[in-house]
Design a protein around this ligand. Sequence first.
Ligand SMILES: [Zn+2]
Length: 395
Amino acid sequence: MRSSSMRIYLLTGVLLAAGFQLKAQAVRCATASRIEAPQTSSGDLTTRNLRHFGLVFHILYRDSSEHLPDARIIGQVQVLNEVFNSPGAISQHIPGEFRKLKSPAPFHFCLASRDPNGNPTTGILRKATGDPGIACRRENGRRSLMSSSLGGEDLWDPTRYINIYVVNRDRCPAPGEAIFPWDANAEEDGIILDLRAVGYSGNTGENSPYLLGLTLVHELGHYFGLLHLSANLRDCTGDDLVDDTPAQGREYFGCPGGLQFSCGSSDMYMNYMSLVDDNCMQLFTIGQVDRMLSVIEDYRPMLASQCLQLEPGGAFDRIGWAYDGAYWLLSGEEGTCWQAQVDLFDSTGKLLWQAPADCYGRLLIPDPHSGIPGGIYYAKIYNDQHLRTLKLINR
Ligand SMILES: [Zn+2]
């Protein structure tokens, strides 16, 4: 009995230790909170045309368990497009005084379809590394994983691509980190993510509290010049340089709920630039979107037009699809993007899910947020000129 209990105790200890590393990362983000950030220019922000950003994911893996499937990356891109460029429902979890401030950002993200030399690419690169310390090591002040000479991988031209490094960060202080635009240079720029915080994993909850793919949303906020709302915890004079976010004199973790106060006002802890759990994050404000647009104009002007332009209707005819064990993947030809409305029906004809696929190269059906039980489904994919219906069997 004693030895059996001991085994259970030891096993529990091992499991706790295995799970502890992620859960212990209560601080989402290693990007410095208290910094001297520049004010932005008050340029003409009347144009809210969609900005198109090309992403390249550099996955540095030690073994096959760290070799994230493409579907996880494609799902992450879908999450970005839903969060940034969608008005979204106003959640009851946003206090009334903040609801009118919620704003979409006119950003569209795609996986890069051409590499810096103009050759076709999936935008997903993988490189084996036997170096367990590379995730957060610096040598001579440089981040090793952003340098092939230090065992990592060089950036793709950071004036044209958003470089996202994915690596096991269990030995690092936080799962995510971004480089501010005013700190970036040709050798160091972009975002670093723990592999468990990439994409949507909510169906299993295995990566709680980072299970909705919102760590990258938060880090992109930094990458576009946003600060934490708690920019200065010493007193209430610190500010995130955005007018419509209240000063915040304390930090929030988990999901506090209800009204919370500091600095004499209600705190917007449910902001994407807070440190709460994914399931608690609800909004960017109008002021934050304005700041991101200004920062892009000031610091990253060449980034915003990197997705391919829409192909003529013929490209839609050539969309193929495949089942990868968890999702149906719709793909255009290499290097093309296509535009369609996608509706998913069950076998009784009930509409289950709908998405505008705006210049996607690849799209997961159903959306990563929408796990569906086994059964027969129909996906209707259409635009002005074309209609296709796919019968889908989810086993
Ligand atoms: Zn942060």
